[in-house]
Each structure stands twice: as C-alpha cells, then as structure tokens.
Design a binder for this molecule. Structure first.
Ligand SMILES: Cc1ncc(COP(=O)(O)O)c(C=O)c1O
Ligand SMILES: N[C@@H](CCCC[NH3+])C(=O)O
Length: 451
C-alpha cells in the first residue's frame, strides 16, 4: 500500500488517509493531497466525472492478484471463482486467464462465462433448483461438474445425460452439520434449510448410493459449502474431518472412493477498518494438514481439493462512488443521502451490515462529525453506514467512495424505483475503461410492452 502526496506531519481534520483506513481499499489506492484517492492510478473524482454516479470501479490488478494468491496458496487444488459474487465478461476472462475456473448457478451465468472464453470443463454448475434450461445448457456446453443438490435431480439428470448420450461428472452437495457464516441468512452448513443433503438424516448417503447406480452419472466427488463471510479457519477444518469421515463410509459401503472434495467458498473479508478477514494462506496450510491427517487415519488416498471463493476475490477489488444529493439534520442525526442505495447494494437491508464511506474529490479542513449515510430509495432501511465520521461541511454535490464494494452488490442489484443499475468500469495502470454501461430509462422502458 502506498500513500503519497500527503500534507506535512501535523494531522488535519478529515485527512490524511492512514494505513488502517486504507487496509480495506484495493492495494493500488493512493491518497492525494487534494483530498482525492486514486485506485489503479485513476483519480476517483475523474472517473465519477467521466461516467457519472453511482459508479462501480473494479481494480483489475487487485482481482488478478487475489486469484494468484489463491493459486499460490492452493497449488494442488482446483479454484472455481463463485460467479454469483460478481460476473461480467471481463471478470470471467480475468479469472480464466489466471488459471481459475468458475462456479455458476444458472444457464445465464454459464452462457456468459463460456461466451467470455472460460473453458467449460473448468466450470461447475450449482443450484438447489436447477431449471430444465439450466441442465440443458450444462449438458450442451459440457460443464466440468454438476453439483447435485436434491434427490429428484438424480433421476432427471441421469435421464437427460442418457438422452444426450453423454456421461456426466457429478458431485453431491452434503450438509455436514457445521454452523458458520456471518448472518443466519447466509449459513448453509446445517440441516433444515434449502441447500444440500444432510449427513445427519442420511439423505447424503442415500443420494451417493443412487448416483452410483446410474450408468450415465460419474461420482466425481463430495461437496459442502458452510456459508458466507466466514473469518475463522476452524469450521473448514471441522468440515474436512466430517467430509473425510463420509468418504470413508462411502468406501466401506460401496467400495468406491470419490476422488474430489469440494469445500465451497465463504472466505470472509473486512468491509470496515479493523474488521477481521479470513487468512487464505493459513487456511490453505491448515486444510492441507488436516486433510492429510484425516485421510491417513481413515486409510484414504488424499482427494483432489476444490474451492469456490467469490467474495474474497471480487469484494475488496471494487469501489462504489456516489454523489451526495441531500444533507438533512434532525435532532439526533445528520442524514447524508446519496444517489444510489439498496438498488445497487441490498446487503445492508438484507443483513444489517454497514460500510465505511469516505469523502473524496476535495479536501476538507472541517472537523469530522458522525453521520448516517442513506440511499435514495423508498425504505427507511436503506442505510449504507451509521455513525461514520464525515467532514462537518459535507454537502450536496460531494463525492463519497465506498471500499469493499465488488461482491454481492451489482450481482444482486434491482430495478427498485426504476433508477437503473450503475455502470462498471475497470481501472488499471492509470487508465479507466467501461465494462458494463449504465442501465438507462430506455432499457427499463423497453421491457414494458403492455398498454
Ligand atoms: C455453493 C457456493 N459456493 C461458493 C459460494 C461463494 O461464497 P463466498 O462468496 O462467500 O466465497 C457460495 C455463496 O455463498 C455458494 O453458495
Ligand atoms: N449475498 C450474500 C452472500 C451469499 C452468498 C451466496 N451463497 C452477501 O452479500 O453476503
């Protein structure tokens, strides 16, 4: 992380940006004495001026570096970027060029990935309710693995594979009975929810047995995904032990050993300075050691590892830029309302999470004061940040930048209030280029064909 052009030593209210604050920004971020930041060598105010706001920027080098960190930490594993975190053609191309594959959840994600040049054999299809269209696209394009998530899918897939005269490599998504994840809505490792097949009630074992009776299905491995935004390595180690235990039972019952073990994703990141993030190299070391030891105890050959990180690759690589539209002071609060909100980032409304926006584009000497940053939508819960310090002279027209905005914002964006989804631009080596254009009123209008 480099910080250049800072004013001389004595701290000035609202400035400079310290290393602690910069820790949640892309590592290319530089603080300028003008009060602006550059990301990927591009001044944020300039990008906002050129493309308008709200605007999402993706630091291409940050994405690539994060892919390399995974490839380096897990040299013997197949790394499948979870496209649900954020997908566009450029993103698919970058991760594929870095040697990763993709985890997709629909025919839409799959078609885009293949059109962008991701080799289909490096793609894995998920989904608790795959549509006939999803399965048709998966078979037609020849995805590497289909992850079975429910009993009824086995017969459907076997029939489709038979009709297509192809043998399909499948994994069985197992619910290992482990609680992990930052919010109950994103915990998927325990039973009694819509994903996967439970070990506890025997449905995972039953599904494995049924797959093994199907000549057109090949059991490539077992899969589990504990949940999302997990910042400790412990649940993953527990998952390794449970999954190896299940593999040993499959061997004892059926005389076959699934060759692959997919531990899913869920690797947590810091959204605000001081928050914890999962240590990826430590995870890799510990998972490897646990896998070797558990397999030795069970007398199993060590399976090939597969992982599916999404947030940890896309999240810290993205920055959101908003323009302040109004500042309203009530008895207890100052509400700073921006020109985006829950239509481009539904995470605060869904999970109650908060972000760390910062004033960019001008220098302010005003004392910082706590404010609530809200969106422009018709919901009181459209709150991006609460009690965050912004300069006391924050005013309409100011630019706010939000770090860690690359995952699960635009991929979950909506047309709420018909404001249109923001554009995405890539920054690299001082240049900025548009990847996804802004959704216009005409885009929205053109779908509405009734009278
Ligand atoms: C099956 C599966 N794999 C991978 C992921 C990616 O998770 P994350 O973005 O938290 O790494 C998800 C989403 O939680 C998922 O459901
Ligand atoms: N959308 C969630 C994570 C869910 C991950 C998908 N299985 C988030 O923003 O945290």
């Amino acid at each position: 992380m480099t910080t250049v052009g800072l004013p001389p030593a004595a701290p000035v209210a609202g400035d400079p940006v310290g290393p602690a604050e910069l820790s949640v920004w892309p590592s290319s971020t530089v603080s300028l004495s003008t009060g602006d930041l550059t990301v990927g060598g591009v001044p944020l105010a300039e990008a906002a001026e050129r493309f308008g706001t709200p605007l999402y920027l993706l630091d291409e080098d940050e994405v690539r570096t994060r892919c390399r960190t995974y490839a380096h930490a897990f040299p013997d594993a197949d790394i499948r970027y979870a496209a649900k975190a954020f997908l566009c053609r450029a993103m698919a191309r970058w991760v594929a060029e870095e040697g990763l594959g993709l985890d997709v959840c629909s025919a839409g994600e799959l078609e885009l990935a293949v059109a962008a040049g991701v080799p289909p054999e490096r793609i894995l299809l998920h989904g608790n309710a795959k549509s006939p269209h999803d399965l048709e696209a998966a078979l037609r394009l020849g995805v590497g693995r289909i992850v079975i998530d429910s009993p009824s899918e086995i017969a459907r897939l076997a029939a489709a594979a038979g009709a297509a005269r192809t043998r399909v490599k499948v994994m069985v998504r197992v619910v290992p009975g482990i609680t992990a994840g930052a919010h109950e809505k994103i915990r998927t490792g325990t039973g009694d929810q819509k994903f996967g097949l439970s070990v506890a009630d025997g449905s995972a074992q039953h599904a494995v047995a049924r797959v093994l009776t199907q000549p057109d299905l090949e059991l490539a491995g077992l899969h589990c995904h504990l949940g999302s935004q997990i910042t400790s390595t412990k649940p993953y180690l527990a998952a390794v032990r449970r999954m190896v235990g299940l593999m040993a039972r499959v061997r004892d019952t059926h005389g076959v050993v699934p060759p692959e073990l997919d531990l899913g994703g869920g690797h947590g990141i810091a959204y605000r300075p001081g928050e914890p993030a999962l240590d990826v190299p430590a995870l890799a070391r510990k998972v490897r050691a646990e896998l070797i030891e558990s397999c030795a105890t069970a007398g199993l050959t060590v399976p090939r590892l597969v992982i599916e990180p999404g947030r940890a690759i896309a999240g810290p690589s993205g920055v959101a830029l908003y323009r302040v539209l109004t500042v309203k002071r009530t008895e207890a609060h100052t509400f700073v309302a921006v020109d985006g909100g829950m239509s481009d980032n539904p995470r605060p409304a869904l999970y109650g999470v908060r972000y760390a926006p910062r004033l960019v584009g001008r220098h302010s000497y005003a004392e910082p004061a706590p404010v609530t940053v809200v969106g422009r939508h018709c919901e009181a819960g459209d709150v991006l940040a609460a009690g965050v310090p912004l300069p006391g002279d924050v005013r309409p027209g100011d630019l706010l930048a939000v770090p860690a905005a690359g995952a699960y914002h635009l991929s979950m964006a909506s047309a709420y209030n018909l404001v249109g989804r923001p554009p995405v631009a890539a920054v690299r080596d001082g240049a900025v280029r548009l990847l996804v254009r802004r959704e216009t009123l005409e885009d929205l209008r053109s779908r509405d064909i009734g009278s």
